[in-house]
Design a protein around this ligand. Structure first.
Ligand code: MOS
Length: 696
């Protein structure tokens, strides 16, 4: 495997091994408890009432009939709910005033002895609104379009080098194409839920979150309590895909209801509520212009993105950012524009920025290859940059060419379209990229007299295998068998650690685990005699490294290949094969890494063919808000998927040499499928998803 800067890690084989996930048996036998499954004595259940208008005020709430139902304990509204200090995210300031910022916002909460009664009670609450005219329709020529200072994640909204307009106009070969990605919803298998209980002056919470450190900080602010008196646990989490990356209103509602009633309260959101209160990927309108010489060398890359944000908080999908990373060109423009609409605050969804941005850029690269009559792989290779095009920094490592070449070989890449009866068959390729993130983290490692070890850090395992991977990192650093290492994660009682997000979890937590275990190993090496009964411990507080401070541009890269069959009678596109080839630093666990790549590609398949939501202009709501309407790929949709990687060594990321793998699988997959549809049919579609009604 790759060399790392960690001497202790070189001698062992635990890291990289396909270790089985540790909580697997608990999950498949139903013993794993999720946030709504903590059956505390006296626990009540709450069901929210959601706004039926997209903009306006709550004029009155009549809870009388709900309160008459046997089993209803209380109905919270903005009149009687406990007061909260305003947190950073306005979506968390629930039941505090009469303002309706968007359709589906919470306007009341019914607390009852059981879930069914709470739901029945919610149906009896009568809300009268003073509705105001709303606007939820994104257009590139919307009069409210503005250029923000920053896009999401702190990226500058605009970057410009050279003279992109003139360079484009003077190019020998030009592509000027517009693409549209619709609103997308995260829809994790476990809907957002929380159980909260006040115990004297302490608040105890179980919540389905990608990171409880931030949940605790938010609750401390909102409820005006010191963090030390709040415990937030997330022992098992059934997926998040970004929608649980920041605190969500279910945890605030549960705590409000617990404070109001004096009972433990569970709030388990109904799936149909999720699109409105847990974030969405904002729709993006793309204009991509590529100018090139006859040899395929790019002279100008221009990527302009228009997206929506909410009126209450700005969140701008950073979809033009990958065009700053991918291809060499002397003249460049990347810009984000936004319009504030009466929509919920958009939020993180797997590979925010890269997923829609690379759909557009990689589709445009395919169009350019068509214009040039050039192989799309060779076109990409011809435009490989020596340094990061936007910043000029050297790459910490970049093996995109290897991914393209090796992927093409394994996929048996062919530009030939074929016909099988009514079906047109073709292949497509697209590149992928995702930035490397590392955040500050702390961990404690403990050696016990029985020869076992415990590693503690407030990491969250959202179904990725984090527990297992951290044990592998610890075992390597300690130089002991994996079986002797226990990991304790998923509670704010543990050393603070960042969220499972930005594909940075394992690298961030792993760095502190590696540090604590390396120190412990050193302490054990000089320790003489038996260990004291409480064991011997060491801790590490790792700072991570902000990308802007790094002298290197640090990104993972990959290549996606798709083969599709398009039915000329029904318009149905079936993906027959998908292959991902990645250069993502050191792979820490071959089994769980493959799951992440394949999961990301499956989500990209959904983005290409079936997923998408519609903001209803008349009612201001999302039309597709459950899994019957919002089609995520089912087993029958998912073909043979292969994920492979090259053994990449990167000494500039962290002691393990890992880059992060949670998100890159979705990046480029939709473009590869779209490019395959174009190869098969000869027709270019530029609006996702490629449903039969569009393709036929
Ligand atoms: Mo991911 S969208 O950073 O959870």
């Amino acid at each position: 495997m790759a060399a790392t800067s960690a001497p202790a890690a070189r001698s062992s084989t635990a890291v990289g091994a396909p270790a089985e996930r540790r909580e697997g048996p608990e999950k498949v036998t139903g013993r794993a408890r999720y946030a709504a499954e903590h059956h505390l004595p006296g626990r009540a259940h709450a069901w929210p009432v959601t706004a039926a208008v997209a903009r306006g005020r709550v004029r009155s709430v009549d809870a009388a009939r709900a309160l008459e139902l046997p089993g209803v304990i209380a109905v919270l509204t903005h009149h009687n709910a406990p007061r909260l200090a305003e947190p950073d995210d306005p979506m968390l300031w629930v039941l505090q005033d009469d303002r309706v910022p968007h359709h589906g916002a919470f306007v009341a909460l019914v607390v009852a002895e059981d879930l069914e009664t709470a739901r029945a009670g919610a149906a009896e609450v009568r809300v009268v609104y003073a509705a105001e005219a709303h606007d939820v329709v994104l257009r590139a020529d919307h009069p409210g379009v503005y250029e923000p200072e920053q896009a999401n994640a702190g990226y500058p909204a605009r970057r410009e080098q050279g003279d992109p307009e003139d360079a484009f106009a003077e190019s020998t070969v030009r592509v000027d194409a517009r693409y549209r990605v619709p609103p997308l919803h995260n829809h994790p298998m476990e809907p957002h839920s929380s159980t909260a209980r006040f115990d004297g002056d302490r608040l105890l919470v179980h919540t389905s979150s990608q990171g409880t450190t931030a949940v605790r900080a938010m609750l401390a602010t909102a409820f005006g309590m010191p963090e030390e008196r709040i415990t937030v646990g997330a022992e098992h989490v059934g997926g998040g895909f970004g929608s649980k990356g920041t605190p969500r209103p279910d945890v605030v509602l549960a705590a409000l209801a617990a404070r109001h009633t004096g009972r433990p309260v569970t709030v388990a959101l109904h799936r149909r509520m999720l699109p409105f209160v847990t974030g969405h990927r904002a729709p993006t309108l793309h204009r991509v212009r590529l100018g090139a010489g006859a040899d395929g060398r790019l002279t100008g890359v221009l990527h302009e993105v228009t997206t929506h944000t909410s009126r209450t908080k700005e969140f701008v999908e950073q979809a033009a950012v990958p065009a700053r990373v991918m291809y060499a060109a002397p003249h460049r423009l990347t810009v984000h524009r936004a319009v504030a609409l009466d929509v919920p605050v958009p939020s993180w969804m797997r590979a925010p920025g890269e997923a829609p941005g690379m759909y557009a850029l990689e589709s445009a690269m395919d169009e350019l290859a068509d214009e040039l009559g050039m192989d799309p792989i060779e076109l990409r290779i011809a435009n490989e940059p020596d340094t990061e095009p936007d910043s000029g920094r050297p790459f910490s490592s970049r093996h995109l060419v290897e991914c393209l070449r090796e992927g093409a070989h394994r996929f048996r890449w062919s530009r030939e379209a074929t016909r099988e009866g009514p079906r047109l068959v073709g292949q497509g390729v697209a590149a992928a990229t995702y930035p490397v993130g590392v955040r500050p983290s702390t961990a404690v490692a403990l050696a016990l007299p029985d020869g076992t070890f415990t590693v503690r850090t407030n990491a969250t395992d959202i179904g990725t295998g984090a527990r297992t991977v951290l044990a592998q990192i610890a075992a390597d650093a300690l130089g002991v068998p994996l079986e002797r290492v226990r990991t304790e994660i998923g509670s704010t009682e543990l050393p603070p650690a960042p969220l499972a997000g930005g594909s940075s979890g394992s690298s961030s937590w792993g760095w502190s685990v590696h540090g604590a275990c390396t120190r412990l190993a050193a302490a054990l090496a000089v320790h003489t005699g038996p260990l004291p009964p409480e064991g011997l411990s060491a801790e590490a507080d790792t700072t991570g490294r902000a990308d802007a401070e790094s002298p290197y541009a640090r990104h993972a890269f990959g290549a996606h290949f798709a083969e599709v069959a398009v039915d000329t009678v029904t318009g149905e596109t079936r993906v027959r094969r998908l292959l991902g080839m990645y250069a993502a630093g050191r792979i820490l666990n071959a089994r769980t890494a493959r799951s992440q790549f394949v999961g990301g590609m499956t989500m990209g398949l959904g983005m290409a063919l079936t997923e998408g939501s519609t903001l209803d202009p008349a009612f201001g709501d999302f039309a597709e808000c459950d899994l019957a309407m919002y089609h995520v790929p089912a087993h029958a949709d998912v073909p043979d998927i292969e994920a492979h990687w090259i053994d990449e060594e990167d000494p500039h990321v962290n002691p393990m040499g890992s880059k992060g793998i949670g998100e890159i699988g979705i990046v480029g997959t939709a473009a590869a499928i779209g490019n395959a549809v174009r190869r098969a049919t000869g027709v270019r579609f530029r609006e996702l998803p490629l449903t039969p009604d569009k393709v036929r």
